[in-house]
Ligand binder design. Structure first.
Ligand SMILES: Nc1ncnc2c1ncn2[C@@H]1O[C@H](COP(=O)(O)OP(=O)(O)OP(=O)(O)O)[C@@H](O)[C@H]1O
Ligand SMILES: [Mg+2]
Length: 468
């Protein structure tokens, strides 16, 4: 074998050893050699390419755009991106080889397949877009969750409870929330979770009064596939499992069937849960909060609630007082709900001061829930912007009923011998007084009264209103 043949073999070896596709042309752009992987990159056999000029191949969109054509024109190294007939994206680098006269005698080009990288880049971009979208969705959900309607706490009794709740929030001790219906047990269970180190994990709420007895076990403990007829074929995690690392809130705990009470006690002792039909137990780490409006101790005496479970639960009992025992909250709760429902229904209703008085005297058997519902109904149904005590469903039964007769019936003006103008002024004055009491700035007052701000200023002066 002569030297030349050896050299040719060496060159072919180099060409085929490379992952890149290598094309060698002469100074006119005629293809002299091409490495064998041209079939997969360009979709052409070596024989289809060798002997043709790159100008011809460029026209056929095989080398498109042709890097060699650029090199011949610019007489220097050039890089271009190509999309080949087989759909690949490649980076082609062309390098000129000069003779001693600085004429180009050869052009060597390497084509590096970028398809995979391009694909990865596209996938990455798509993922990134999705991530950004999910992130903002999660953020939105979090905001919604962490901003329940404002919790109003103004009375001394409730401030003390809030302090106690803040103190125990960080611990894992079981909290029993007691109190009449509608006092805010759910609200405070949620805020205990939000104030704890577990706030990032789930808050699982189970209303024991709402689950049919037959479903209790599977809801709470979960089940393995095929453990009973009608069970999902994949099995299901129970609420206890779902609360792992978070908080389990068992609302209306007094409704827990006795058979389930035994099982719950066992979970609390072992901190392990076994699904129905399962053999393996799983460790669970959750903080327990329970609530009830029943007298649990009395239920224990009557044998309706297990004593051992009661003692296990009764670590930190917190009784939320009924609304009638914390009258300082009433005004603020009423105003809070007034502004919520005014906003919701786009209204500008407000309470007559006698309405607030009546609120203070009422017993509120349904507590905060009753107040909330009543305010919503009043905002929707009162036909004037002022909500008079006469609209209150309970006012007629109150001893002080006479006191709550509407303040501006026509007769009273007539009896006092007022002219229409005087009566109007009196009404206007008292309306302004109310605005002055309720709002801090004349702009807010103007907005509320439906007057311009300068008019409000003028009238306040006219009626000499400058103190609350
Ligand atoms: N301090 C408060 N500030 C604002 N809203 C409150 C407050 N307390 C309770 N509420 C509202 O009153 C309503 C009743 O509260 P919640 O459902 O927590 O009562 P509950 O004690 O769990 O009643 P039940 O025993 O009937 O389940 C809810 O709409 C809640 O948002
Ligand atoms: Mg509740």
């Amino acid at each position: 074998m002569n030297e030349l043949e050896l050299l040719k073999m060496e060159l072919d070896g180099i060409l085929d050893a490379s992952n890149d596709n290598i094309v060698v042309t002469d100074g006119e752009g005629r293809v002299l050699r091409v490495s064998s992987n041209c079939t997969s990159i360009y979709g052409k056999e070596q024989d289809d390419l060798v002997g043709k000029t790159i100008f011809h191949l460029e026209k056929e969109h095989i080398f498109y755009p042709s890097v060699t054509a650029f090199v011949l024109k610019e007489k220097k190294e050039v890089q271009v991106m190509q999309r080949t007939p087989t759909g690949k994206v490649i980076m082609a680098t062309g390098i000129p080889v000069f003779d001693w006269k600085r004429d180009i005698v050869r052009v060597i080009s390497f084509s590096h397949d970028l398809t995979e990288i391009q694909q990865l880049k596209e996938d990455y971009e798509q993922l990134r877009t999705k991530m950004v979208k999910y992130e903002s969705e999660i953020e939105e959900l979090r905001e919604k969750e962490s901003k329940p309607d404002q919790v109003v706490i103004k009375s001394k009794a409730m401030m003390e409870i809030r302090e106690l709740l803040n103190r125990v929030a960080k611990s894992d001790a079981t909290v029993v929330l007691l109190g009449e219906s509608g006092v805010g047990k759910n609200v405070f269970a949620r805020s205990l979770h939000d104030g704890s180190d577990r706030h990032k994990a789930e808050f699982i709420e189970v209303n024991c009064g709402a689950i049919p007895e037959t479903l209790f076990e599977s809801e709470l403990f979960g089940y393995e596939p095929g453990s009973f007829t009608g069970a999902s074929k994949n099995g299901k995690a129970g609420m206890i499992e779902l609360a792992h690392q978070g908080t389990l809130f068992l609302d209306e705990i007094a409704e827990l069937p006795l058979a389930i009470q035994v099982k719950l006690l066992k979970v609390l002792q072992d901190r392990k849960v076994t699904r129905i039909g399962g053999s393996k137990s799983k460790n669970v780490d959750f903080r327990l909060i329970v609530a009830t409006n029943q007298d649990l101790e009395e239920m224990v005496n009557q044998g309706k609630f297990r004593k051992d479970l009661f003692y296990r639960l009764n670590v930190i009992p917190i009784t939320i007082p009924p609304l009638r025992d914390r009258k300082d909250d009433i005004y603020h709760l009423a105003q809070n709900y007034l502004s919520i429902f005014n906003k919701k229904y786009n209204m500008k209703k407000f309470f007559h001061s006698s309405t607030i008085d009546a609120f203070q005297q009422y017993e509120w058997p349904g507590n905060v829930r009753e107040l909330e519902n009543l305010v919503e109904r009043l905002v929707l149904t009162s036909d004037t912007n002022v909500i008079y005590p006469s609209s209150l469903p309970f006012v007629k039964e109150m001893e002080t009923f006479e006191q709550y007769r509407e303040e501006w019936p026509l007769e009273t003006f007539e009896q006092r011998g007022l002219t229409l103008q005087e009566a109007l002024e009196e009404v206007e004055k008292s309306w302004l007084r109310r605005a002055y009491r309720q709002y801090k700035t004349t702009y807010e007052m103007a907005d509320y009264l439906g007057l311009s701000q300068p008019t409000v200023v003028r009238r306040l002066k006219k009626y000499n209103i400058n103190s609350k």
